[in-house]
Design a protein around this ligand. Sequence first.
Ligand code: ARG
Length: 459
Amino acid sequence: MKKLWGGRFEGENQKWIDEFGASIEVDQVLAEEDIIGSLAHVKMLAKTSIVSQEEADEIIKGLERLLVKAKNKELIFSIENEDIHLNIETLLHKEIGPVAGKLHTARSRNDQVATDMHLYLKKQVGEVSELLEDLKKVILLKAEDHVETIIPGYTHLQHAQPISFAHHLLAYYNMFKRDLERYQESFKRIDFSPLGAAALAGTTFPIDRLETAEQLGFNSIYSNSLDAVSDRDYIIEFLSNSSIVMMHLSRFCEEIILWTSHEYQFVSLTDTYSTGSSIMPQKKNPDMAELIRGKTGRVYGNLFSLLTIMKGLPLAYNKDLQEDKEGMFDTVKTTKECLKVFSGMLEGMVINEEKMSEATTQDFSNATELADYLASKGIPFREAHEIVGKLVLNCLKNGGFLQDIPLAEFQKVAPVIQEDVYALLDSRMAVERRNSLGGTGFVQVKQEIKKAKKECSLI
Ligand code: ARG
């Protein structure tokens, strides 16, 4: 089959080489963006009298028919036509005849593909942002129900100090809030039109780049044609932002996986988000959480793939750049699906309040309370720390916890200790009193929730 670019070629095509070079199986996702970009281009060509209005009208009619078919997934593509751009042009030719050949005036596939991807990512940033908004709300509503649910706070995965479960959830709220901000800040760097850069150097035709940019809803245009066709920073930024989202989801999933285990029993997931075992009848596995944790790997991989593709590329367009798409589409799909699955999983997650607070009644996570108590009575904190450390060691040797030590025993090591110490050793009290700004105290947490609800327009 004769190629659209085949004029200077004499040799035979090899089907398997064509297949190797083709990207249509991947880039057909961009069909609508490609047609929309072409519509803007041809309208501009008519306005600037580069093609006649009659020619443009025919092309527009043909492209509009193709757009309807693209929306209905009715377009049939072929490997022989290599990529989405040549496929659409060939289909247009079938619709309207040789006048279709005028569409590519003052344009190259290099600025065309870049335009398609800018349009595509602008839309995707919007969609991912909405999913992040949904997740933030799910976290917030869960947090609201659990301000006074006490859970061990960990460092090194060892019981550290008791905290409010809502406080734990709000830490994730803040991570996803930053993720959303990152996408939104990146938007302004995607919002540039490369169209009109042509192959690499601009064109001799009197095109109007501002006109096409405006038609396509771009805020601005690339000011350098080489940069316009070879920049993939905006995709790398998207892949990086998505990697950070996945990292946050994965951390949260890891905790949920631990919490569902027999050892913790802090939460249980609904059946929808769990699976059984084909051999062990008792099993209820947190597969969806594990899958999200696992899929984080491929999203990181896509980021590294594009960074690596770019690192040695001379200006301007090189065919290596065709490899930018598969990972980008995969990251879009994976991140969106993971956000959706995670939100649903979290929404239905049942919290075992009893198990959570039980975990802080039979442990030493109140040791800091005792040290703080001594310090507040004038004992230097370092000395207080030493005294409590010794008491903990004693308990470990002889059994029991700090709150089980009789007052007389306490007074032997520190005469300043009074009866009021027992109230402070209660884990709920320990949480309630940690009322420093940004701390886990109930007052602080409630304020945080209120602030976040305002941000999410929930109040
Ligand atoms: N399919 C190509 C890509 O995705 C389109 C641009 C091709 N340009 C070229 N000069 N071969 O990058």
